[in-house]
Design a protein around this ligand. Sequence first.
Ligand SMILES: [Fe+2]
Length: 221
Amino acid sequence: MEVEPGSSAMARTGDRIDRRRWLTGAAAVGLSLAAERALGLAKTPRQTTGPFYPYDHALESDADLVQVNGRSALARGVIAHLDGVVKDHRGRPVPGALVEIWQCDANGRYHHPRDRRNAPLDENFQGYGRSRTGADGGYRFRTIEPVAYPGRAPHIHFAIRGPGFEPLITQLYVRGAPENAKDWILNRIGDPNRRASLVVPFQPHPELAGQRTARFDIVLG
Ligand SMILES: [Fe+2]
C-alpha cells in the first residue's frame, strides 16, 4: 500500500509528539528558488540502480521506513528525517513525482533475497519506501542514517518517476563518511562539483535528541 507522507497512516508510529514534529517540518522544505537560479541548477547525476532494488512491492512501502506495520519496535540505527524538493532544470518544483528510496538496514543488510551476506536482518526496518511530491515539489521520509557495508560507502538509493520526464535513478551519500573517498560508484562522477551534489550532511535534529535531519534536492534533466 502506498501511503502519502502526512497521512493518517503515519500515525501508527505511536509517538504523537514525534509525528507532529516530523510533519511540522514540511513547511520548511520550500527554498529560495531565486537564489538557486542565480547559481545555476545542475542536473542531479545518475547512478547505478544496483542489485537490490525491491522485487516485491507487495511489502509495506510507505514513507516511514523506521516503523513496520504490526511491529512495536522501531528499526535499529540512527533515525533520520530526510526531505527535499524535486525540481526541473529551471528550478520549478515538480509536483506528483513518485520518489522511491531503498537502503540496507543498520546491520548492512538489504531486505532482498540476492543479499546473502552473513549479517542479521533487522525485521523492524522497512528497507524501501515511497513518497509522492506535493504541490511544492517536496518529499519526505523517516528512515535511518545509512551505514557502510563491505565495498560501499553509506548511501541511500533513489528513483524518481513521473509523467513528462525521464526516470532518474541515483544515490545519496553522507558528508564526512570516510568511505566516500574510495567508493567506486560515487567516484565514477569525475566532476567534483557534480559528485558533491550527491553528498549531504546528516545533522543533529533540532528537537529530537539522537536523531538526524538531511536534505536532498533533486534536479531532473
Ligand atoms: Fe546499495
